[in-house]
Design a protein around this ligand. Structure first.
Ligand code: WQD
Length: 355
């Protein structure tokens, strides 16, 4: 199939593009590079030995987006592009609604114009809000506790209504738990700009010596060791879940939803311990106040994806940390060394062509 991937130069996007290429798909990538670099795609091309059509497109540029979709005429779209920092969404809600919701509306219009009605959407377990019933199943009532989560919830609801209004659409809402890790080559991985919001990249930067210590947000939760418990899932397993969903949509119309998690929870201290074992570094930490909006525990019941997609996560916490550590050691400053700031199309073409 010809698959168009929005946000394909990003963390989960680049890992998914690599697997799509390795499965024999033709891939086009749209990215505005606001939180990614063409370097990730250059390395995906190097790792796969195959080519990618890369377009610098912002989902808010409706005309360019429509022209690109009509020209590419993809068979399916995987939609990763979106802002995802919970804290930033609280301070800049309109930026999140504009980018995530309006951007998705523009994409759906462009897809319709191009006659493409197969969509895999990057949703999030954050749509479960403060749910107390664990493990989380897809039928768990949804709620939002921050503007970022509310944009994911709104987009899921928009897609449900689109599917109900036009039965030609095949849509998968994939609810990610906590994506971590990196490709085994250590060539691509998570490259947060600035101070990492998420635990694993922060711990990795402490282990590599870029940061002094981990602030553990809360040590008094009702959990085995008092620290927050999450369902960390290896980014390679997550990418494989997208290919499984794509295969399902090739044979089915309608709107579908699946959790992409392991079903296992790990605490903050367990993550730090795993990093100490794998890296051999001390990884200092200090237990501080809870972070506003955090829940004590969150982990998936992944049975629905196993039964309907034939997919389940294969990698455990140890491998997530090993692969994350390899990426961090090989790229102490992420892609920054080669980061093109707001590249022009000509710069991208020249860049991808360079040795
Ligand atoms: C994990 C645990 C923190 C940082 C968020 C979004 C979710 C998705 C993944 C985008 C919690 C603790 C963290 C730190 C800490 N994002 N922590 N010190 O909050 O579960 O999920 O990121 O798709 O939608 O909600 O992930 O990695 O921020 O936190 O103690 O410096 O680590 O309290 O228990 P979270 P996280």
């Amino acid at each position: 199939m010809h698959v168009l991937v929005t946000g394909g130069a990003g963390y989960i996007g680049s890992h998914t593009v690599l697997q799509l290429l390795q499965e024999g798909h033709q891939v086009s990538v749209l990215d505005n590079f606001s939180n990614s670099s063409p370097e990730s795609i250059r390395r995906v091309i190097e790792l796969s030995g195959l080519s990618v059509n890369l377009h610098k497109v912002d989902l808010l540029d409706e005309d360019l987006l429509k022209a690109t979709l009509v020209s590419a005429k993809p068979d399916a779209v995987i939609h990763f592009a979106g802002l995802k920092a919970v804290g930033e969404s609280v301070s800049q809600p309109l930026k999140y609604y504009r980018n995530n919701v309006t951007g998705t509306l523009n994409l759906l219009d462009a897809m319709g114009l191009a006659g493409c009605r197969t969509l895999v959407f990057s949703s999030s377990a954050t749509v479960y809000g403060e749910s107390v019933a664990l493990p989380l199943v897809e039928a768990t009532p949804r709620s939002a506790t921050n503007p970022y989560g509310r944009t994911k919830l709104h987009i899921e609801e928009m897609l449900e209504e689109l599917g109900a209004s036009d039965e030609r659409w095949s849509i998968a809402n994939l609810r990610y738990f906590n994506p971590v890790g990196a490709h085994e080559s250590g060539q691509i991985g998570e490259d947060p700009q600035g101070v990492p919001n998420n635990l694993m990249p922060y711990v990795a930067q402490v282990a590599i010596g870029r940061r002094d210590k981990v602030s553990v947000y809360g040590g008094d939760y009702q959990t085995p060791d008092g620290t927050g418990v999450r369902d960390y899932i290896h980014v390679e397993d997550l990418a494989a879940g997208h290919l499984a969903a794509l295969d399902f949509l090739r044979k089915s119309v309608g709107v579908h939803v699946w959790n992409l998690g392991t079903g296992a929870g790990s605490s903050v201290l367990e993550v730090i311990d795993a990093f100490r074992r794998v890296s051999g570094q001390p990884v200092a930490y200090e237990i501080v106040d809870r972070r506003l909006g955090d829940v004590a525990e969150s982990y998936a019941n992944p049975e629905k994806a196993r039964l309907e997609l034939g997919w389940k996560a294969e990698r455990g916490l140890e491998q997530m940390v090993e692969d994350m550590w390899r990426w961090q050691k090989q790229n102490p400053l992420g892609f920054e060394a080669d980061h093109l700031l707001e590249p022009t199309d000509e710069e991208i073409v020249a860049y991808l062509g360079r040795e």
